[in-house]
Design a protein around this ligand. Structure first.
Ligand code: SF4
Length: 315
């Protein structure tokens, strides 16, 4: 695969290939909890999760999704002359609600110029009821469907440590179900969880490649105030890896990742004011540049080491 930037398959390139023009993702909020907070899968949530439930860019869920979409898309249209949009149901776990409410929230944003619906959820909140609803919307409104799932790490010991409330098996199960419907899958990973090492990072790239998911969002761990993780950090129960090490991990991850998987995000933007550790006090774009510079220096690219699938020992 030949990338425009020669290093990795960018999300903007995927959007351009898919829709033939620039498409903007508009975040909206409809959910305010998840089964890992209310006792269904676990209590208290993932140890890094703050009050916003992993969302910081949305308007209040008290406003209807259609109104949220209109307000945000009008602004983006004016600023970037955008014509097409993907509505992104971002905060918390969007399939963890009554099926009729889910359908009605999604259906109201299937309006002119909306070409995709992206739904953020957990691997243990996927089943055929919700996937059937999405299939109907896809066919009725000609929108492409994207499921975004937090996995964070493939190390199932670390998944227990971060109180994730699911393990790797649920993720694999959900991917199988979603693929049966032909929807796109985006996985979210944190590449510097304190209990993971380089082997976990590489295995993460290999598992996502073997599962043939469509895209990934990479994040560096940030530590939000008033979370269980903040308390552990302040008690010196773990240390963060340094930035150089983090950059090396991202480069290794990309080398082992299939060249067909697009990178929606190389590093997350984090709200500094609410954090006690956030991206080594660097702007996200500085870290992005560091990763790209490291790849250029090492003369490497996404998929450079992706030779392990399809019976590698027989070649
Ligand atoms: S699954 Fe998501 S919303 Fe739920 S506790 Fe974990 S990070 Fe927060």
């Amino acid at each position: 695969m030949n990338y425009k930037n020669d290093l990795y398959y960018t999300y903007s390139e995927f959007l351009l290939e898919t829709y033939g023009e620039k498409v903007y993702k508009i975040p909206v909020s409809i959910s305010n909890t998840c089964p890992n907070r209310d006792g269904k899968s676990g209590w208290g949530g993932c140890i890094f999760c703050g009050d916003a439930g992993a969302g910081h860019e949305t308007l209040s869920s008290e406003i209807t999704p259609l109104e949220q979409f209109k307000r945000n898309s009008e602004y983006i249209s004016r600023k970037y002359k955008a014509n097409k949009f993907i509505v992104y149901f971002q905060d918390f776990t969007n399939t963890y609600m009554d099926a009729d409410a889910f359908r009605s929230n999604l259906e109201q944003v299937c309006v002119e110029n909306v070409v995709g619906i992206a739904v953020s959820t957990r691997p243990d909140c996927i089943n055929h009821i919700y996937l059937d609803i999405l299939k109907v919307l896809e066919e009725k409104y000609n929108v492409r469907i994207y499921l975004e799932m937090g996995l964070q790490t493939v190390n199932y010991h670390s998944l227990i440590k971060i109180n994730r409330g699911h393990t790797l098996a649920e993720f694999i199960d959900a991917v199988g179900m979603i693929k049966g419907y032909g929807f796109e899958i985006c996985a979210h990973l944190i590449l510097n969880l304190p209990w993971d090492d380089e082997v976990d990072i590489i295995e993460g790239a290999k598992i996502l490649s073997a599962l043939k998911i469509s895209s990934v969002k990479l994040h560096a761990l940030y530590i939000e105030k008033n979370t269980a993780m903040a308390e552990m950090y302040e008690n010196n129960e773990f240390k963060m890896i340094d930035l150089e090490n983090y950059v090396n991990r991202v480069v290794s991850f990309l080398e082992y990742l299939s060249p067909d998987i697009c990178i929606q995000r190389l590093i997350g933007r984090v709200p500094q004011e609410n954090s006690i550790f956030a991206n080594w006090d660097r702007s996200w774009w500085i870290i992005k540049d560091m990763i790209e510079d490291k790849m250029k220096e090492s003369n490497t690219r996404q998929g450079a080491k992706c030779h392990y699938l399809g019976g590698a020992a027989l070649r």
